[in-house]
Design a protein around this ligand. Structure first.
Ligand SMILES: CCCCCCCC(=O)SCCNC(=O)CCNC(=O)[C@H](O)C(C)(C)COP(=O)(O)OP(=O)(O)OC[C@H]1O[C@@H](n2cnc3c(N)ncnc32)[C@H](O)[C@@H]1OP(=O)(O)O
Length: 218
């Protein structure tokens, strides 16, 4: 499983990194932080969200779950770190780099020519009538579009705009092919395109602008 290409997609920051203080380029990428079972922990949280989305608990069960969750939250409270050193988002060996907030994806291939990923929307990504919520599709495009821009420019970029055209329904619980690539760039402006396919069927397309950040820019 891979949450980022082998090739480095973020610029390593040195002592005098220009990005220090901004939207940092030097994410502390690691496959060790959080330990060997961190991925399983994230998976269990996703599974819990799947259950919550569809569960109709009795009042007694809801109270029980609340008490259990309070205990778990109190445990994690003792281990909070800043966003730059949290395993969530920096574990490149895990789906979506271990980022609990993203739809889980795996990178099949990635470089300056683009990103080729497999994304699987979960039951909790339900929009309605058994298919994915459009907002979750946009999140997947945003992250993987940003990755394509980062790989092309060798730095970090923020989304200027992002348009999704929803061409057909996006299924849940099925590996889908998501591709993003830089179509062209002008100075700091990177025009990124993307597609999401279920087999041969086009589910959605992305047209986005990512803007390379200036040194120190947030
Ligand atoms: C691998 C992990 C990847 C993760 C990727 C995740 C990406 C994200 O989700 S980032 C979060 C969402 N985005 C944001 O919050 C960005 C909010 N906006 C901003 O911070 C700023 O507007 C920012 C940084 C994008 C650009 O500001 P700034 O650096 O001052 O650039 P600015 O001079 O205004 O614009 C640069 C060029 O882009 C153009 N531009 C800027 N915004 C837009 C826009 N929305 N539409 C069209 N053109 C735009 C400008 O017209 C200008 O063009 P030109 O050089 O031809 O005159």
């Amino acid at each position: 499983m891979k949450g980022a290409p082998d090739q480095q997609w973020n610029v390593p920051a040195g002592e005098n990194s220009q990005h220090e203080g901004g939207f940092r380029a030097d994410l502390a990428v690691t496959t060790e932080r959080g330990g060997p079972t961190y991925g399983e922990m994230i998976e269990q949280v996703r599974l819990f969200m799947d259950k919550v989305r569809y569960a109709s608990p009795t009042p007694a069960l809801a109270d029980e779950v609340i008490e259990d969750l309070k205990k778990l939250n109190a445990k994690l409270d003792t281990m909070l770190v800043d966003e730059w050193t949290s395993p969530s988002g920096t574990r490149i060996d895990l789906p979506s780099r271990g980022n609990i907030t993203l739809p889980p994806y795996e990178i099949r291939d990635g470089g300056p020519d683009g990103v080729d990923a497999t994304v699987t929307f979960r039951p909790f990504h339900l929009g309605g009538n058994g298919v994915a919520h459009g907002g979750h599709v946009a999140i997947a495009f945003d992250d993987l579009g940003g990755m394509a821009a980062a790989l092309k420019l060798g730095g970090v970029a923020r989304t200027g705009y992002l348009t999704v055209n929803y061409r057909s329904l996006t299924p849940l619980q099925k590996p889908l092919a998501l591709r993003t690539w830089v179509e062209r760039f002008e100075g700091r402006k990177y025009f990124v395109r993307g597609t999401l396919h279920d087999g041969d069927r086009l589910c959605a397309e992305m047209d986005a602008l990512f803007i390379a950040l200036k040194p120190g820019q947030a």
